[in-house]
Design a binder for this molecule. Structure first.
Ligand code: KDG
Length: 368
């Protein structure tokens, strides 16, 4: 089995995985709603970072994050959560506080889980965040990708949407990674709220198409390839109430034709029956294997859906890094994503053993 991606040898690299993205303070009202909450749990979260955290905590990989935080107590709380998540903080750029957050701040993300007929809600408060102002010159890419060595870089469409400069930063970091033989994955992660005031979907497509030329492993959910890259999936209705795998296969052919640099395309497929029950599976493609599909998990019970896609990506990356077998990788990703959605917070609280057991068809029988 040939690995669809060519990885640098582990003994030549300080890091298995580095993410580039914003890390926000996630404020979570638990079972309550944001609008009526009186207390919040604090976690850290960010689409790109969550992948590194999962790879570190669950799959035992050496991980780091490239981001920026404000040098004040809120920034340091996020920094503390990052190191507790097993992610190296040496590539965090700390910027001085202006005293009130007028020009630079640490992003906040209020997230409620939803239940049954009430969908999950995310309200971010992240204008002028330090991460959105991070510039390529702030990052010592020669040291990171050249001297220290990185096997895999993960970034994506959330970071690219933060500001005009963040898209440029993403491009420069991806180019440096590519020049040093680092595999690059990119999760399209369409967030309409981020694009709303900076050109909407048209601008999202322009930016993501430009960055797609540097990507080896392209990841997205059931709607991202249409929203971010403009590839329609035949038969999808507005509510994505029917997801036809053959139509995705046709769409992936078009993606590869347009971006021949891409070696793997991976998509999570989620049909939302209620906020608490989703049909969940994933598909992936490489030239050698064609389309592979994970086990389908109809009516999967969900406690907190946020971060499910990131945990899928972490499992997929771990599987490709360790086995090069796309079928195994997609199973590991889908199982990790499913388990991550059984606990609160963006990231998973499971062990590798639990992921492997579920991927191999294990049940939820009590263990004691
Ligand atoms: O919207 C964002 O920027 C986030 O990163 C919030 C969550 O962490 C993300 O949606 C999880 O995938």
């Amino acid at each position: 089995m040939t690995n669809p991606v060519t990885l640098r040898p582990a003994d030549q690299c300080c890091y298995d995985i580095v993410s580039l993205g914003e890390v926000m303070l996630r404020l979570d009202p638990g079972e309550r709603r944001i609008r009526t909450a009186r207390s919040f749990d604090a976690w850290e979260g960010g689409g790109e970072y969550n992948v590194s955290r999962g790879l570190s905590r669950v799959f035992g990989k050496h991980a780091a994050v490239i981001t920026s935080l404000v040098d004040d107590p809120v920034g340091h709380l996020v920094g503390d959560l990052i190191t507790a998540g097993g992610v190296d903080d040496q590539f965090i750029t700390w910027v001085p506080s202006d005293g009130v957050g007028r020009t630079v701040r640490t992003g906040l993300n209020f997230t409620e889980r939803g239940f049954g007929v009430r969908g999950a809600v995310g309200v971010s408060d992240r204008g002028h965040s330090a991460a959105s102002q991070l510039r390529a010159e702030d990052i010592d890419v020669d040291r990171l990708f050249g001297q220290l060595g990185v096997r895999w870089l993960h970034t994506g469409g959330i970071y690219a949407a933060l500001s005009q400069s963040s898209a440029q930063t993403a491009k420069a970091v991806m180019a440096a990674a590519h020049a040093n033989g680092t595999v690059i994955s990119y999760d399209l992660n369409y967030r309409p709220s981020l694009w709303k005031s900076i050109g909407g979907q048209e601008e999202a497509r322009r930016v993501n198409r430009e960055l797609a030329r540097l990507v080896d492993v392209m990841i997205g959910n059931e709607e991202d390839f249409t929203a971010c890259l403009g590839f329609e999936v035949e038969g999808n209705d507005e509510n994505l109430s029917h997801l036809d795998v053959n139509s995705y296969a046709t769409m992936i052919d078009k993606v590869i034709e347009k971006f021949p640099n891409i070696s793997v395309v991976a998509t999570t497929l989620r049909q939302v029956r209620t906020a608490s029950r989703n049909d969940w599976s994933a598909i992936a493609w490489s030239k050698d294997t064609g389309l592979v599909r994970s086990v389908e998990r109809p009516n999967l019970e969900i406690l907190d859906r946020v971060g499910g896609g990131d945990s899928f990506a972490a499992g997929l990356v771990a599987g490709l890094m360790e086995t090069g077998d796309l079928q195994k990788a997609v199973e590991l990703g889908a199982a990790h994503g499913a388990l991550a959605m059984t606990t609160p917070g963006d990231t998973s609280m499971v062990t590798r053993c639990e992921v492997e057991s579920l991927a191999a068809g294990g049940s939820a029988r009590v263990k004691r």
